[in-house]
Unconditional design. Structure first.
Length: 45
């Protein structure tokens, strides 16, 4: 992800409503990313 972000710095990825439950995003470059209504819960269901 971060390599792709470095190669595409002007894009604004749309992850709205994405299921990112349990994903480790601690080092992810999420600048300019649309995360509206995305599921960012840490736990698993």
């Amino acid at each position: 992800w971060n390599q792709w972000r470095r190669e595409n710095p002007n894009l604004e990825p749309d992850l709205s409503e994405a299921n990112l439950r349990g994903a480790d995003l601690s080092r992810a470059d999420l600048r300019r990313v649309n995360l509206i209504k995305a599921d960012l819960n840490v736990g698993y269901s």
